[in-house]
Design a protein around this ligand. Structure first.
Ligand SMILES: [Zn+2]
Length: 258
């Protein structure tokens, strides 16, 4: 290192840091110095990303932070909800569900507006919570008091906030209802169906109730209790084919979908 530079480093940093800086090998090629943010593939720093690092969303090199980061995913994976809802939320937290905003950012030729309310900002948080049409799923619930304070936040921040504010059981209801809201939106977009907040709420909560009952039945079964109430998989006879499908039954409407 040039002597002048060495003097400046010594003025700024304490001795032990100066010694570490002095042993960094210098590049043999002439290049401008750059500031590079290690958590972005292009090296660009964004305040949003810095916040996520501080919360442990990215995997920084320090062991403790890495452990903290895994904790969020372990929490999501430990929820007692259907696996497809966990996977949906994994996609939500990576902000890769096909909202108009995400599709446009991947150069998919779409209108770029929300298919429900025609807003020009069809982000993930808009699609799940703040669209004027889907808001009817949330407005009369205990979740809305918290959600309405978080309009300006990113989806991951909302996830963390809800996780820290709600009980575990309430949080499971929240993630189920978010998923059902997205399913209802897909029906509107692809089947030209009207959006029904009431059906959405009933469906998500009865599905969660059924899932918890089935999970408990299987748990008792695995612990050696009576297995009659659990739907155990049985191999078909030889030369027969068994096809399992995902189905749902609405008792009130006498409606079965698969
Ligand atoms: Zn909308």
């Amino acid at each position: 290192m040039v002597d002048g530079m060495k003097g400046r480093v010594q003025q700024i940093f304490p001795l032990h840091i100066t010694q570490n800086i002095m042993v960094i090998p210098l590049s043999q090629t002439q290049q401008e110095d750059l500031r590079i943010w290690m958590f972005d593939s292009k090296g660009k720093y964004l305040v949003r990303d810095g916040y996520k690092v501080a919360l442990g969303f990215f995997d920084p090199p320090a062991t403790s932070s890495e452990h903290q980061s895994r904790g969020w995913w372990q929490f999501l994976w430990s929820l007692n909800i259907p696996p497809k809802v966990r996977i949906f939320w994994w996609r939500v937290l990576h902000d890769i569900i096909p909202t108009s905003k995400n599709l446009l950012s991947h150069h998919v030729p779409v209108a770029g507006t929300c298919p429900l309310c025609c807003s020009s900002c069809d982000s993930t948080t808009h699609a799940l919570f703040f669209c004027v049409v889907v808001k009817s799923c949330w407005k009369d619930t205990r979740f809305w008091v918290i959600l309405k304070q978080m309009r300006h936040l990113e989806i991951f921040d909302i996830f963390l906030w809800m996780k820290d504010t709600l009980s575990r059981l309430d949080f499971e209801v929240f993630v189920m209802r978010s998923w059902a809201t997205w399913c209802e939106r897909l029906c509107v977009v692809h089947k030209s169906k009207g959006f029904s907040a009431v059906l959405n709420v009933d469906w998500s909560e009865s599905l969660l109730g059924d899932f918890r009952s089935a999970w408990l039945a299987l748990k008792f079964c695995n612990e050696g209790e009576d297995c009659k109430s659990a739907d155990k998989w049985i191999a078909p006879p030889i030369n027969c084919l068994r096809i399992d499908v995902d189905a749902a039954y609405n008792e009130n409407q006498q409606l079965c979908l698969w």
